[in-house]
Ligand binder design. Structure first.
Ligand code: MLT
Length: 323
């Protein structure tokens, strides 16, 4: 292993990135998922990795490096060698919101190279079954009447489920008491067990439990219903017009990774998104494919900057306290 890295490094010095790119990949690639195994980010990364390993001809390992709303896992990727063998999986929370919540010690735009925009996930308002509400309007009334703030599970400050909560609070004026987990996978276990009241979750994480009847869904935060869960109304239909949020995901690599390697990783991710079996798996979870003209690495870079401009003011206004 050390000999291979050394050889690759000497090749880089002698022939530049080209040699690295030509031989890429020549050993397993690691995708760092900054949230718990079994959650929505983990599920999407594993489905894509299964197909990407076929096109890249190398094993792809998923490493769950959790904590601090995903910022620890992203930090690990930022500090990794820029050789394409460490890929950062993330989303609106980890690669946009966290920059407005934490003193990260790295820059989300200049310390990472965008690789590919991945599917997006309409958020969904779900609660434990014991909540005495059968519609979004009844849920809002229950939340407003509740003497103490309802407990809302999140994947930590800055995570998608937390940002959705802040947005919900800003739109409804209802205060929530956040209960942080290392991912919405473990948060879901507590929701099913009735330990917490609600999650504003990614549809892909809740849909299986909703179908099983172990939790209750009220609305999806999108202008249109989710095809694979068309019985669940939109927030517009359910009485919270305009409360729209979809959580988009993406892949990044450390700054300085040779362009040819970024191109190979991008081509492999795009191939996976175009694979009918992969699409079926992702769409069955309620995930929406990125637009065809948004699949180049630069498209993710431009989108990330636009989302930073859109979300940072709301997040900073919420004055999120993190230790
Ligand atoms: C997860 O995989 O747990 C999520 O992406 C967490 C979140 O951001 O809500």
């Amino acid at each position: 292993m050390r000999r291979a890295v050394l050889a690759a490094f000497i090749a880089l010095l002698t022939f530049g990135g080209d040699a690295l790119a030509d031989n890429f990949p020549s050993r397993p690639i690691t995708i760092i998922v900054p949230f718990s195994a079994g959650g929505p980010s983990d599920a999407m990364a594993r489905i894509l990795a299964e197909r990407m390993k076929a096109t890249l001809g190398e094993t792809i390992l998923i490493e769950n490096v959790t904590g601090a709303g995903g910022s620890i896992g992203v930090g690990r990727a930022v500090r990794s060698p820029p050789d394409g063998y460490t890929v950062s999986f993330g989303h609106l929370g980890t690669h946009v919101a966290n920059g407005a919540v934490y003193k990260l010690g790295y820059d989300l735009v200049t310390d990472l190279e965008p690789v590919a925009l991945l599917p997006s996930n309409p958020m969904i308002v779900v609660s434990k079954n014991a909540v005495p509400a059968k519609s979004l309007k009844e849920l809002l009334a229950w939340l407003k009447a509740k003497p103490a703030a309802a407990t809302a599970g999140t994947a930590g400050a800055g995570s998608g489920s937390h940002i959705a909560g802040l947005y919900f609070e800003s739109v409804t004026g209802i205060k929530l008491q956040y209960v942080p987990y290392r991912g919405t996978g473990p948060a879901m276990n507590d929701l099913v067990a009735g330990q917490i009241d609600l999650i504003i979750d990614q549809t892909s994480n809740s849909i299986t439990q909703v179908r099983a009847g172990t939790i209750r869904a009220y609305a999806v935060t999108d202008a249109k219903r989710v095809e694979s869960a068309s019985d669940i109304p939109t927030t517009d239909e359910a009485g919270l017009p305009g409360f729209h949020m979809t959580l988009w995901s993406g892949l990044w690599v450390p700054k300085g990774t040779p362009k040819d390697i970024v191109a190979k990783l991008n081509a492999s991710a795009v191939d996976a998104l175009n694979d009918p079996a992969v699409r079926k798996q992702l769409e069955n979870l309620g995930l929406q494919m990125p637009p065809k003209d948004q699949l180049a690495p630069e498209a993710l870079g431009a989108w990330q900057k636009a989302e930073i401009a859109k979300w940072w003011p709301l997040i900073k206004a919420a004055n999120v306290k993190v230790d």
